[in-house]
Ligand binder design. Structure first.
Ligand code: IDP
Ligand code: MG
Length: 141
């Protein structure tokens, strides 16, 4: 299997809670290599494209509001099967039921908000990864 790239975000809850280092520790311990990494503020335009598949869903507006509530750490990871591998490190979408041992399972929980604050985003397929890397890091060769 050839090396591939994936887009990972530490969402505003993760940055706010000081968990960026813990997320990175797990990524590096797994053996994936960051090839780009930046602390930045998302914009409504960027998020509309990033979350295009979710437009119209009940959690879409709270999701965008949450993602604009503070800076995110955006990064591109590289490694064999890292798209699938990071999704496995992240755990299931719902942090309350995500498996212990995963980022969301160990560090996340339900806070009674409309949107699941689940610490990280990871691309879910090679097509999503290419599209999302192009959105967040247009200058990456
Ligand atoms: P993923 O991040 O595990 O790929 P997606 O289904 O792509 O999950 O959803 C994007 C994000 O939207 C989730 O990470 C979570 O923050 C939020 N979300 C997804 N489904 C729900 C829901 O049913 N209620 C509230 N928030 C949700
Ligand atoms: Mg998704």
């Amino acid at each position: 299997m050839a090396s591939e790239r994936t887009l990972v975000l530490v969402k505003p809850d993760g940055v706010r809670r000081g968990l960026t280092g813990e997320v990175l520790r797990r990524i590096e311990a797994k053996g994936y290599r960051p090839v780009a990494l930046e602390l930045r503020e998302a914009t409504p335009e960027l998020l509309a494209e990033h979350y295009a598949e979710h437009q119209g869903k009940p959690f879409y507006d709270p999701l965008v509001e949450f993602m604009l509530s503070g800076p995110v750490v955006a990064m591109v990871l590289e490694g064999e099967r890292c798209i699938e591998g990071f999704r496995s490190l992240a755990g299931a979408t719902d942090p309350t039921t995500a498996a212990p041992g995963s980022i969301r399972g160990d560090l996340g929980r339900d806070w009674g908000e409309k949107v699941q604050q689940n610490l990280v985003h990871g691309s879910d397929s090679p097509e999503s990864a290419a599209r999302e890397i192009g959105l967040w890091f247009p200058n990456l060769g």
